[in-house]
Design a protein around this ligand. Structure first.
Ligand SMILES: [Zn+2]
Length: 318
């Protein structure tokens, strides 16, 4: 079979397994035999994606989860912004940061607090333009305007895009020669992905169109003249929660992503009651989740792929 959604044109494709999407019924995950990239087949169309994103995916413009998790998310946004700038090597106010697919701007707010020039972009119609620093525009718009950025961030975004390789090409045009590109995506090659297959929480079909392994992501970056400066697969929250929810998803009769749905805002008494029932279950399963975190981290097969890349041959441009 050569009907490929991968940029490796003409490479053969192998089906891996079937997944039931939140909407759109059943999908097959297909893998490119040349680079290892995996994608949903059939590829979800625009109409299906609109339906998938309408399902309260983003949460309201200010909150997505209950207050405790929300506070943790905001704190993580700040410390992540600080860590990324440190990795970039320059933290002064002249640094221009672009957060592509910034959502409700959690990471963007972190950058703003650090005083760097920050722009977040979201797709038109997402309703985030009311948030400070967020504009609904495309990368193509920025390229047309001749804009340049010192730091470009794609945080759990690349897997949502119908043309990820084309996006990397646009980023190449937007990134300053000594700039940093930071990408984080779920790790399809992770221990938890291998353990739970179709029940893996971070598959998120049909919103995630592509599923990357460290090798396939690096290959796509290299194809666009980026070199990987550093890579890790560790993420405390993505790892722990990913394991926990995937394990719960593997229990027959329990609704898919049930706990995740309960954690969203809107606390009815019934919901609170169900959440309380989860407390002892989560307590016990958390020990397994910590064990999985330790083991997967030891073997470099954690739940995410977090990459710091720079343009190759950038010396020539300086
Ligand atoms: Zn390929």
């Amino acid at each position: 079979m050569v009907d490929s959604s991968c940029s490796c044109k003409g490479a053969s494709v192998a089906p891996l397994f079937r997944v039931i999407g939140d909407v759109g019924g059943e999908f097959t995950l297909d893998r490119c035999q040349r680079c290892g990239l995996v994608w949903d087949s059939p590829m979800p169309d625009e109409q299906l994606l609109n339906e998938a994103y309408q399902q309260d995916y983003y949460g309201s413009q200010t909150t997505k989860f209950n207050p405790i998790i929300e506070a943790w998310t905001r704190y993580s946004g700040r410390s992540r912004a600080r860590a990324l700038l440190r990795q970039h090597g320059k933290t002064d106010a002249s640094q221009r940061v672009l957060d592509i697919g910034c959502g409700r701007g959690v990471l963007l707010a972190g950058f703003q607090q650090l005083g760097v020039e920050s722009l977040g972009i979201e797709r038109p119609g997402s309703g985030f333009e009311a948030i400070d620093g967020v504009e609904t525009m495309t990368v193509e718009d920025l390229v047309r305007q001749g804009r340049k950025f010192d730091v470009i961030v794609l945080w759990h975004v690349l897997e949502h895009l119908p043309e990820p390789v084309q996006m990397l090409g646009q980023i190449e045009l937007l990134l300053a020669d000594d700039g940093s590109l930071f990408i984080e995506v779920p790790n399809f090659g992770s221990l938890q992905s291998r353990l739970f297959k179709k029940n893996w929480f971070h598959l998120d079909v049909p919103r995630h169109l592509f599923h990357f392994t460290p090798a396939s992501l690096k290959q796509k970056l290299m194809g666009k003249d980026f070199e990987t400066i550093s890579m890790h697969t560790f993420s405390l929250d993505q790892n722990l929660y990913g394991f926990l929810q995937s394990l719960l998803n593997s229990i027959p009769l329990l609704p898919y992503n049930h706990l995740y749905t309960l954690l969203k805002p809107g606390a009815s008494p019934w919901r609170m009651f169900l959440l309380l029932l989860y407390v002892p279950v989560v307590g016990v399963l958390s020990m397994l989740a910590v064990l999985e975190l330790a083991v997967s981290n030891l073997f470099g097969s954690g739940a995410v792929i977090s990459i710091h890349a720079r343009k190759r041959n950038r010396e020539n441009h300086d």
